[in-house]
Design a protein around this ligand. Structure first.
Ligand SMILES: *Cc1c(COP(=O)(O)O)cnc(C)c1O
Length: 394
């Protein structure tokens, strides 16, 4: 059976380019960049070269890039740093959105337990934060606003540039979790006007376990890991040189091909959206215009997401019911609930996240399989007949 991988929002296959860039760091240039001998210094050169290339991809300066062990770490570092710096000035109010990734939401919960006041903005049916809501929520004691660039479950894109501008006007630090956006849509930190931005390599065909935080010069960044002097004293620990080089290669490759790839991927996404339109009581979650090229999240009434995924998997299709972090638990997605999807319908969600490695043939097979599996599950469902008649389900 052929594997059809459409769970790219969870993680991606490492590209040939990234893999080939990494191998020499593992085999030959294995020195510690902090060592003074030639092998260490060679590794250091490679590391700093990667930092320059990464910075160029997002129009930042090399010294504004801090490599981390993942996107989660970059989110933690950004949020905790801005929160604690704010607290020093008596500012303990933080604004975010209801459908952030758990890397953000759980960090905010920790801060709440420490006495910070957390306010989560509504994302509405469209899955998009409203700029006027942010304006109304900002206070003199707001330390930080953190709003994701693109949602990982439904793919909707937030008005980051406008949100950042509002924060700038009020002198409030603005962070965005751009893990789903980087490599998929163009990112220019100067144009966006953000203070901090998180990225993870494994969401754009780089390796797992490496990411970076962009932190604009002049924005204070607290130490996240204590130890050596790596990453300009902000994040101790021997650098993951192979991972960092893989990240740089994958990001460059993704950015160079962004227009070409996103046009084709978006056409596949739209083919899927159109292809499932005729399935009764089914719908696509979130705004149809402002979304990532590759992500589509659908709900089918009267169906359990788990059953749907297992049957698709039997056909070789690797998809998801939403976040990889919550799949396996029976709780419906906090993202769909925040968008007003009723609990019983949120249980029947399916996320397809495409990459440039997918083919049109695969897309056709996916559409056909969804039709088949949904029809089968409904045929054995005890509640489907009632739903069709519009009776209340208890
Ligand atoms: C995947 C993801 C993360 C976490 O990144 P890791 O590198 O897996 O820790 C954070 N935010 C979003 C939006 C993500 O999609």
């Amino acid at each position: 059976m052929k594997t059809i991988y459409v769970d790219n929002a969870a993680t991606t296959q490492v590209s040939e380019t990234a893999l080939n860039a990494m191998l020499p760091l593992l085999k030959d240039t294995y020195g510690n960049p902090s060592s003074l001998h030639h092998l260490g210094q060679r590794a250091k050169e490679v590391l700093e070269d990667a930092r320059e290339r990464v910075a160029a991809c997002i129009n930042a300066e090399p010294r504004e890039i801090y490599f981390t062990s993942c996107g989660t770490e970059a989110d933690n570092q950004a949020i905790l740093s801005a929160a604690y710096n704010g607290a020093k000035k008596g500012k303990k109010h933080i604004i975010s959105s209801k459908f952030e990734h758990h890397a953000v939401l759980h960090t905010l919960e920790k801060l709440k337990a420490e006495g910070f006041e957390i306010e989560l903005l509504d994302v509405y049916k469209e899955g998009i934060v409203r700029v006027e809501d942010l304006k109304a929520a900002l206070r003199d004691d707001t330390a930080l606003v953190t709003i994701m660039y693109a949602n990982n479950e439904v793919g909707t894109i937030q008005p980051v540039k406008e949100l950042a501008a509002v924060c700038k006007e009020r002198g409030v630090t603005f962070h965005t979790d751009a893990v789903q956006a980087a490599g998929h849509i163009k990112l220019d930190v100067k144009d966006l006007g953000v203070d901090m931005l998180s990225v993870s390599a494994h969401k754009f065909h780089g390796p797992k376990g490496v990411g970076f935080l962009y932190c604009k010069k002049g924005v204070p960044l607290q130490v996240f890991m204590n130890g050596g002097a790596q990453e300009r004293n902000r994040r101790a620990g021997t650098e993951n040189t192979a991972g960092i080089v893989g990240l740089a290669a994958a990001l460059e490759e993704a950015c160079a091909n962004i227009d070409k790839n996103s046009a084709r991927i978006a056409s596949y996404r739209d083919k899927i959206i159109n292809g499932i339109k005729d399935i009764e009581l089914s719908f696509v979650n979130g705004d149809l215009e402002n979304r990532l090229p590759g992500t589509v999240n659908m709900c089918f009434e009267g169906i359990e997401g788990e059953g749907l995924l297992l049957l698709l998997d039997q056909k070789g299709i690797c998809a998801s019911s939403g976040s990889a972090c919550t799949s396996g638990s029976l709780d419906p997605s906090h993202v769909l609930l925040s968008m007003g999807v009723p609990v019983e319908i949120a249980h029947g969600s399916l996320r397809i996240s495409l990459s440039e490695y997918n083919t049109e043939e695969e897309v056709d097979f996916i559409i056909e399989s969804i039709h088949e599996v949904v029809a089968y599950l409904r045929s054995i469902s005890p509640v489907w007949e009632k739903i069709l008649k519009g009776e209340e389900i208890k």
